[in-house]
Design a binder for this molecule. Structure first.
Ligand code: IMP
Ligand code: MG
Length: 176
């Protein structure tokens, strides 16, 4: 059990299970994208750790880009999300793989799909470490999933609580 800020969390997915799931998904991606020079799009901040390990296990030529999604945190979700690239990215005619830490309501993903769609990509697929299936409110397919999870607050391996806990090498769950 660990304490982060004012909350207690317990281990939910240990390191070795995370590694095994990433090997499996990276293997699938390596086959599908062997000859297409895909662009992995890491959604900051949460996906940085997952994306790093995923890319190390991906064996074909590829590029990586970083995009930051800024939603209206602390307020009722309006579904409005803005995106800022770190440096210039060319989406034109590219096979894009969105890399996410977690898909919850799917609002961020939907907005990102719409944003990317304006830039003439060849294809867009989604790869996520965690998927809260019961919370998902969109109809876009989630193509590559490492773990379907409970609909509870998760932490670690990139995910934060109030800015903290991203460095934890396991995924934790709120202990309530
Ligand atoms: P959405 O509801 O699918 O748009 O999720 C938006 C973002 O909320 C995710 O990319 C995460 O950054 C954050 N988020 C959702 N669920 C959790 C959680 O359980 N722990 C930490 N962050 C979360
Ligand atoms: Mg995220």
């Amino acid at each position: 059990m660990i304490q982060v800020r004012d909350k207690a969390f317990r281990v939910y997915i240990p390191k070795d299970e995370i590694s095994a799931a990433i090997e499996r998904v990276a293997g699938d991606l390596s086959k599908t994208y062997a000859n297409s020079d895909p662009l992995f799009l890491c959604v900051l901040n949460g996906a940085f750790m997952f994306c790093s390990d995923l890319m190390k296990a991906f064996t074909s030529p590829s590029e990586i880009g970083f995009i930051k999604a800024a939603s209206y945190e602390g307020m009722e979700s309006t579904g409005k999300v803005k995106f800022h690239e770190a440096g210039q990215l060319n989406y034109n005619n590219r096979d894009i793989i969105i890399v996410e830490d977690i898909i919850d309501t799917g609002n961020t993903l939907k907005a990102l799909y719409e944003y990317l769609g304006k830039h003439n990509p060849k294809s867009i697929k989604v790869c996520t470490l965690l998927f809260k299936k019961q919370a998902y409110q969109q109809s876009l397919p989630i193509d590559y999933v490492c773990f379907e999870t409970e609909n509870k607050f998760l932490l670690g391996y990139g995910l934060d609580y109030d800015g903290y806990g991203r460095n934890l090498p396991e995924v934790y769950i709120l202990n309530d």
